[in-house]
Write a protein that binds this ligand. Structure first.
Ligand SMILES: [Ca+2]
Ligand SMILES: [Ca+2]
Length: 127
């Protein structure tokens, strides 16, 4: 009994701490200045692509260097928006296999099936 009440007190203490703590940013790896962040390495490492517009061909010569750098290199992604979905596609023109990054979602590793495949992305109202 005594241990149980001590445990309860400890749990209540932790709960109070959570309330007092500053609210965590929902997507700590992607600035709210951009809709979508794509990372070269898993766990949000390496080169970074930050974007708020759809792009039909990351490897297009006219793109900013960050897009061309990320072509077939994406391994992690984060969506800082609250209501816009992002879909990243294996090929240009929004074709091939794809994965969705939901609002406020952070994906530390896109998975073996999609790793280093991304070549275009677009923003959608749903995935
Ligand atoms: Ca990669
Ligand atoms: Ca590709």
């Amino acid at each position: 009994m005594r241990i149980r009440s001590l445990l309860s007190a400890a749990l209540l203490g932790s709960a109070s701490l959570v309330v007092v703590a500053a609210p965590a940013q929902a997507t700590p790896h992607c600035s709210t200045s951009y809709f979508l962040c794509v990372f070269e390495n898993r766990d949000f490492g390496g080169a970074l692509l930050q974007t708020s517009q759809s792009n039909t061909n990351w490897d297009y010569l006219g793109n900013p260097a960050a897009f061309r750098r990320m072509n077939d290199e994406d391994s992690a992604a984060a969506n800082s928006t609250t209501r816009t979905y992002a879909r990243i596609y294996e090929h240009d023109g929004y074709t091939g296999g794809s994965y969705c990054v939901r609002p406020q979602q952070e994906i530390a590793y896109v998975g073996d099936g999609y790793n280093d495949e991304g070549s275009s992305h677009r923003f959608l109202s749903a995935c």
